[in-house]
Design a protein around this ligand. Sequence first.
Ligand code: VGL
Ligand code: ZN
Length: 197
Amino acid sequence: MRALIVVDMQVDFCPGGALAVAGGDEIVAPINALMGEYDSVVLTQDWHPADHSSFAASHPGAESYSTVQMPYGPQVLWPSHCVIGTGGAAFHPELLLDRADMIIRKGFRAGIDSYSAFFENDRTTPTGLAGYLRERGLTDLHFVGLAHDFCVAWSAIDALRLGFSATVLESATRAIDLDGSREAARGAMREAGVTLA
Ligand code: VGL
Ligand code: ZN
């Protein structure tokens, strides 16, 4: 069975938001239109406490978009975004939430980020999504949403690693593209065996 995994279609990742991805709002209508073609729709929601360690503001003197070394590996420092309970953490107002069977939140622990829908950035602490999908027999996963080169790419690569089939519908994604991260993510996904469609 097929699931559409809609990654982080939130106000803060759309134009005008705290970590806006260019053209992020352009993919809402195409994603809504896709939902009916799947056995299940799952939404992910970036969901950070205000003092999250992925925020530049949590590291005195650090610039946004710089990289620091965390116990679990390198971490890009972002502008504060998707803070729990704020309007920026809400889904884009036009996204069809009623179609979603499951909403999985990630990045809610202050000490560690979670780009992937499956694992925190240590790549070992699970979010629980794999178990949910397996128990429901959802093995063929199609990914859309934001951002192509971070949360979408990491999720798709982890899906394959976990034994799911993984396709990224690239026209229904948009990238942050930090220092060539879009092409790097495409290369990493291809190398892992993710289908780019
Ligand atoms: C994301 C950076 C920080 C994403 C989330 O959804 O791709 N990127 N948090
Ligand atoms: Zn985040």
